[in-house]
Design a protein around this ligand. Structure first.
Ligand code: NDP
Length: 316
């Protein structure tokens, strides 16, 4: 069985490679060509969960699962919060064929999915990006969004200002785009046309009143029912598109809060990004519309990305 470690994933799963893979996977998912179960989560104590995400890419294509632990305190010790593996099985023989580092796959495929959504939903002339958060996803999102829009300016906000400053320096140097750390969420988003929320915040840090008409948001940080990064008013105001409609209706923290307060009902989740990409659902409807892509993360993204690495792997 082939093993693809984190370093190999980092070296080979580039954004130009991963973005179209995730795009095609989300189209196949929304067409009903893939098979998957709703993600199961086993709580392991405060700040610790184990996620089990099984799926099949359809027909005789690969099937398998991502097994991922999320231990938030690891970050305090300098480690990653997300660790795991993606296990691939051959769809013709049923044999397990490959295990891929799941932390790296998660980092890259999540940002690639947000880039796909940004390309589909953000204004074509959007050049100013704001990133809320300073962890693995924050840097990954800067890299990925830069692949789909000609960014002129990036602002970064994090609750630890030193981390925001360090990240701004890293992004600015790597992408050669003017990047600054903002002192508040409001300041970070005040001029932004694309906003990515990639924090572990349990309560909303981003309020509707700070968001300008025409902004596109990728709301990524909360991937279970409960935590929410944006307020209910922002959910209600936006054209709200899910990675998986079934997933967001069951586990979309921000949507569920807005529904609970009576501001929206299930019809507010107008559909899935895969439908927009396939041309069966209208994306942005006007230049001033606020659009939201709600990302919970999907196993077809993991399987498709891992499968592409496996298909082109050279024997060690
Ligand atoms: P990291 O642990 O690397 O970074 C988490 C970031 O969130 C840090 O900047 C942290 O700040 C910040 N943060 C935590 N709590 C708060 C808070 N209360 N208010 C403001 N900021 C806060 O995680 P990742 O970058 O890998 O992931 C970011 C988020 O996205 C996580 O919640 C993760 O579960 C989620 N995620 C979602 C995926 C999806 O597919 N939708 C896939 C992968 C991750 P500090 O450094 O100060 O602690």
């Amino acid at each position: 069985m082939r093993f693809i470690d984190a370093a190999e994933v980092r070296a080979r799963l580039t954004y130009p490679l991963c973005i179209p893979i995730v795009r095609n996977a989300m189209i196949a998912f929304s067409r009903g060509e893939t098979r998957q179960l709703l993600r199961s989560i086993i709580p392991l104590g405060a700040g610790k969960i184990f996620g089990i995400m099984p799926g099949a890419l359809g027909g005789e294509a690969l099937f398998g699962a991502k097994l991922v632990s999320i231990f938030h305190d690891n970050v305090l010790k300098g480690g990653p919060s997300h660790q795991g593996v993606v296990v691939l099985f051959d769809g013709k023989t049923g044999a397990p064929v490959c295990i891929v580092d799941g932390g790296e796959i998660t980092a890259i495929r999540t940002a690639a999915a947000s880039a796909v959504a940004t390309d589909a939903l953000a204004r074509p002339d959007a050049t100013r990006l704001a990133i809320l958060g300073s962890g693995v996803q924050a840097l990954a999102h800067a890299r990925a969004i830069a692949e789909v829009r000609a960014l002129s300016h990036i602002t970064v906000w994090a609750r630890a200002s030193d981390k925001a400053a360090r990240l701004a320096e890293t992004i600015g140097a790597e992408l050669a785009v003017a990047t600054v750390a903002a002192p508040s969420v409001e300041a970070a988003v005040s001029d932004a046309q694309i906003v990515c929320t990639v924090t572990g915040a349990a309560e909303p840090i981003l309020l509707s009143q700070w968001i300008k008409p025409g902004t596109h948001l990728n709301v990524v940080g909360s991937s279970v029912a409960g935590p929410a990064e944006i307020d209910e008013a922002l959910v209600a105001r936006a054209r709200f598109i899910a990675d998986s409609r079934e997933g967001v209706l069951a586990q979309g923290g921000e949507f569920l809060r807005a529904k609970q307060t009576g501001l929206v009902d299930d019809a507010h989740v107008v559909g899935e990004i895969g439908e927009v990409l396939a041309g069966t659902l209208e994306g942005r409807q006007s230049p001033d519309q606020v659009t939201i892509y709600k990302s919970l993360g999907h196993v077809v993204q993991d399987l498709a990305a891992a499968g592409a690495l496996y298909a082109t792997a050279v024997e060690p």
